[in-house]
Design a protein around this ligand. Structure first.
Ligand code: DGL
Length: 302
């Protein structure tokens, strides 16, 4: 397992990206397109997916563990590609770690506010993302005038993983989920889940050409580029970087699904015994990190 913290200068180090599974490869795809010189290390928590139905406590704990795994590989920053983890755990991870951490909610929300003309913005995501209200908070913090219409579309994730991208059943389900947003008169729709860019054609057909679809992966890649530029952390041009992919389980049809998300062949993917990684660090380590993450300290802390 490479550890780049000792061998590479700050800007040459990889960007760490994590997700609950393979879905975050839609974000990786956009990072590769916009920042081809950057090394990437991806961790997909395939053993514990889905995050979208789990409690806040669990998602926060998982997000911290995933991030520490990447930090130990020597990454220069972390991209939380999972919308559920970004919605629930971003601030926790930012407080707990010393590297910059970027989520996928803010970049999409900023673009939506800039692009809407009638101020009616729709958001779709997993049940946990929608329940967290993270998008509504972000959108209204940029522009308190906008009206936000949020809708959970939990069946979209399994449909995409099953490969039913333009299936009749998918159109039927999409119409059922999206009709209320059409009735609300939105002119902008944020695809607030890693899997939804794959359903863009279906969503476009159901919503009609008049609705602007915001792909968080595209917006996040731009945001990451700006941030690296501002901090002088962009990798030197011209390097042909190696990428590393880790998962906590190698599920059935992983390669096929992964390549659908990445739209290119997936190189070697290493399976990590994540349970062993977490327990090796010891409960004291995680308790201290969790205290840092919530921003309070115990009496015994220095
Ligand atoms: N990656 C998740 C997200 O973007 C979708 C899959 C899951 O529920 O874990 O919200």
């Amino acid at each position: 397992m490479p550890d780049f913290s000792h061998t590479l200068k700050g800007n040459e180090r990889p960007i760490g990206v994590f997700d609950s599974g393979v879905g975050g490869l839609t974000v990786v795809k956009q990072l590769m397109a916009l920042l081809p010189q950057e090394r990437l290390i991806y961790f997909g928590d395939t053993a514990r997916i889905p995050y979208g139905t789990k409690s806040e406590e669990t998602v926060i704990r998982f997000a911290l563990e995933d991030s520490v795994f990447l930090v130990e590989k020597g990454v220069k920053m972390i991209v939380v590609a999972c919308h559920t983890a970004s919605a629930i755990a971003l601030a926790h991870v930012q407080r707990a770690l010393d590297v910059p951490v970027v989520g996928v909610i803010e970049p999409g929300a900023l673009t939506a506010v800039a692009r809407t003309e009638n101020g009616k913005i729709g958001v779709i995501g997993t049940a946990s993302t929608i329940r967290s209200n993270a998008y509504t908070r972000a959108l209204r913090s940029y522009d308190s005038w906008v009206k936000v219409f949020a809708r959970a579309c939990p069946l979209f994730v399994p449909l995409v993983e099953e490969g039913w991208i333009e299936d009749e059943a998918t159109y039927l389900i999409a119409r059922r989920y999206l009709q209320p947003l059409i009735d609300n008169g939105i002119d902008t729709l944020i695809l607030g889940c890693t899997h939804y860019p794959l359903l863009k054609a279906v969503i476009r057909e159901v919503m009609g050409e008049g609705v602007d679809l915001i792909d968080s992966g595209v917006e996040t890649a731009r945001y990451v580029k700006d941030m690296l530029q501002q901090r002088g952390l962009l990798a030197p041009q011209g390097q042909d970087p190696e990428h590393y992919f880790y998962v906590s389980d190698l599920p059935y049809k992983f390669q096929e699904i992964g390549e659908r998300f990445l739209e290119r062949s997936l190189p070697h993917v290493e399976t990590v015994n994540f349970e062993a990684f977490v327990s090796r660090k010891g409960s004291g380590f995680w308790e201290t990190l969790e205290r840092k993450a919530v921003g309070r300290h115990s009496m015994t802390d220095p």
